[in-house]
Structure formats: structure tokens, C-alpha cells
Design a protein around this ligand. Structure first.
Ligand SMILES: *Cc1c(COP(=O)(O)O)cnc(C)c1O
Length: 366
């Protein structure tokens, strides 16, 4: 039996005119423009998921006592739709995002959404707004599914009963407009992103709200992004900004990849998982482990660590060129490294259909 309800479709009678849309798609930036439509699906304890709609993009009316506004019961996802050379439009591993949203939902005491319904919502939106998927090389349509508690109640002793799931879409250009340039990162020793038993592995807005002060501190210290360390010893490296971190030990035929293991405080990235699978196929052994800031610094100084990069859907990879903190500072490299770029090329090739897709990760929509 299908769990997918019919979407009630109301088309936007005033879509962005084609010429204006083309102008936006020529230089969309990131997260600044939105397509003509959105999806919303309602949930309540009695009816489950219902009232699935595709409708014009626009404001959502909320009761001022909605729980999300007071207690941040919210979660989100992020993935992209890519236009391939043959004109088809695809997404990448959308069922992995669906499964992750449901893991986030369990942690945040929110309802799970059937994976098929999650993917159907993406498909609905991308089909109707297909002209918003850019054609330029490396551009894409960023998809943002999210869910929030709409129960009208200030009491917290009763779990929320009503929720809205929505999907919006935003055209996205190249993350690095002028070529990929390594960033400088700040080791945050004052702030923590996540502690054991907390919400670090859930993709929830509260983790971001808690990170903005650390990011501001990084910028105040002349850095681009903040590196999050473990909450107990402030030594073990966890993530960079909103990306997972990868360390390349050795080089050439000896190169191997290490990424911090998923201890419960890290967000399990789809990009991270994909790199862990692709690297060995390219002859680069990959493992999950533990790395301290002392090991990171010593490894760079001895030359044992040759490249470091963040990875996530938005940037794909973001090389780290230098590291700073209140009491130490070291460099890695002024140019993106060959292993970082090789992995990036492989992943992007699969997403845009210019390389074989050995794991069946590409999901065709149109
Ligand atoms: C979303 C996110 C990532 C990257 O996940 P991808 O699925 O690869 O985009 C990493 N860290 C944090 C904190 C995130 O929110």
C-alpha cells in the first residue's frame, strides 16, 4: 500500500518572469532566491501526515504560541538537484537524507515521515520548478526540507502534537566563485557545539543557534570558519563550521584518509559517507578515528598530514589552509591538495552524470 497521499496542487499565478529568473540563475549566490513553489504537509497525532500541498512560495502563518517559536522544536535537511548533460534532473542519495531526518526526528521527539513521502515531496517541487535548476557548470538547485512544531501551547510537559513539514528550493551557484581557496579556521576553546547525550547528531536549528557566537569569534580573529572540539577535553577534533572534517595522511600512492568517528556529537554527513566509500575505490584507504589538536599540529609540522578539508553538500569540499587558536597557529597549504581535488572530482562527476555511478546514488526526478 502506498504511503504517499495525492498532493493538492495550486500553481503560482505570478511566477517570477522567465527573463528575471534567467538573470537570477546567472548569479544566484547561495540561499538568496527561492523558486515559485513550496511543499507543505501537515501532521497531527490523530490523522498522521495529511493535507500534502504544492503551493506558491510564500509566508507561513503561525500562531504566536506555536512551540517552535519558543522551544525550537525544529529540524531540517539539505540536498541538491543537479542538471545532467542529457537534460535530466537528479538528486543525490535522497533516501539517506530522509533516513537522517527521521533519526533527527526521534531525537527531537518529532514524528517520522515515511521516506517515500519525503522523496515524493522533493520530486513534486523539482518537477514543477524544474526551470529553476541552473544549467551552468557546477550550479544546482539546493533543496531544503524542514519540519517544525506548530502545537499551540506554552506547556512543555505534553509533547507537541502538531507539526508542519515543508520543502523550499533555492538556486545555488559555485561555492568558490574564483576557484577553490583554502580557508583559515579558528579552534573554538570557549564554545562547544555539542556534548554527549545532546543533539549534535540531529540536524536541528538549535545546534546552529548555539554556534553563531563561535563563528563570530572566528571571524573576529581573522578566520573564515570555526572548528568544533569535543565538549569534555576541548582537544578532540569534531567538525568545521557546518561540515565534516577529513585529514589526508601521506601523499601520492601512500595517501590515506581519516575522519573523526561518529561519536554521537557529530552530524553524519552524506558527503562524508560518500567520500569514505569512494576513497578506497580510488586506492585511498579511509578510516574513521580520533584526532586531537596536538596530533593535527604535529602532523602538519612533520609533513605527515598533507591535506585537510571540510566536506558537505553546499561546498562539497572546503580545503583548510591554516589553523589558529588563542595559543597556537600553524599552516597546512595555500592550495587545495591533490587528494581533496581528486575526491571532489569523483563525487561531482557522479552527481552531474559525467562519471559512472557504481553505488546507484543518483536518483532521477525528471
Ligand atoms: C548538514 C551538516 C553537515 C554535512 O552534511 P551533508 O549531508 O554532507 O551535507 C555536517 N555538519 C553539520 C553540523 C551539518 O549540519
Amino acid at each position: 500500500m502506498s504511503t504517499i497521499p495525492d498532493f493538492d496542487v495550486t500553481l503560482n499565478e505570478q511566477p517570477v518572469p522567465a527573463a528575471e529568473r534567467e538573470r537570477i540563475l546567472a548569479d544566484p549566490g547561495w540561499g538568496r532566491y527561492f523558486t515559485d513553489h513550496m511543499v507543505t504537509i501537515q501532521y497531527d497525532a490523530e490523522r498522521g501526515w495529511h493535507d500534502a500541498r504544492l503551493r506558491p512560495y510564500g509566508p507561513i502563518a503561525l500562531d504566536p504560541a506555536s512551540q517552535v517559536l519558543h522551544y525550537a522544536q525544529e529540524l531540517f535537511e539539505g540536498l541538491k538537484a543537479y542538471r545532467q548533460d542529457d537534460g535530466s534532473i537528479v538528486t543525490f542519495r535522497p533516501f539517506m537524507n530522509a533516513a537522517r531526518m527521521n533519526r533527527s526526528a526521534r531525537r527531537m521527539a518529532m514524528p517520522e515521515i515515511p521516506e517515500e513521502l519525503f522523496v515524493a515531496a522533493l520530486e513534486q517541487l523539482v518537477r514543477v520548478d524544474r526551470d529553476w535548476v541552473p544549467t551552468a557548470d557546477g550550479y544546482s538547485l539546493y533543496l531544503r526540507p524542514f519540519m517544525f512544531a506548530t502545537t499551540r501551547a506554552l506547556g512543555v510537559n505534553q509533547p507537541a502534537q502538531e507539526f508542519t513539514f515543508a520543502v523550499i528550493a533555492s538556486p545555488s551557484g559555485l561555492y568558490y566563485k574564483n576557484g577553490i581557496k583554502p580557508v583559515t579556521v579558528w579552534l573554538s576553546q570557549d564554545y562547544t557545539r555539542a556534548a554527549a547525550g545532546g543533539t549534535g547528531e540531529a540536524k536541528t536549528g538549535g545546534n546552529y543557534a548555539a554556534s553563531f557566537a563561535g563563528q563570530a569569534q572566528a571571524v573576529a580573529n581573522g578566520c573564515d570558519q570555526v572548528v568544533w572540539l569535543d565538549a569534555v577535553e576541548h582537544r578532540w577534533v569534531e567538525e568545521v563550521g557546518s561540515m565534516n572534517l577529513m585529514f589526508v595522511y601521506g601523499s601520492g600512492a601512500q595517501a590515506r584518509l581519516l575522519t573523526p568517528a561518529l561519536t554521537g556529537t557529530l552530524l553524519p554527513g552524506v558527503t562524508r559517507d560518500s567520500m569514505l566509500k569512494l576513497a578506497p575505490d580510488l586506492g585511498i584507504p579511509a578510516e574513521e578515528g580520533k584526532i586531537s589538536i596536538e596530533e593535527w599540529q604535529a602532523g602538519c609540522e612533520s609533513g605527515q598530514i598533507s591535506e585537510v578539508f571540510g566536506c558537505g553538500t553546499a561546498a562539497i569540499i572546503s580545503p583548510v589552509g591554516a589553523v589558529k587558536s588563542a595559543d597556537r597557529e600553524w599552516t597546512i597549504g595555500a592550495e587545495p591538495g591533490p587528494v581533496s581535488m581528486r575526491l571532489r572530482e569523483e563525487l561531482v562527476g557522479i552527481q552531474y552524470g559525467t562519471r559512472p555511478d557504481p553505488y546507484g546514488w543518483v536518483h532521477k526526478i525528471v
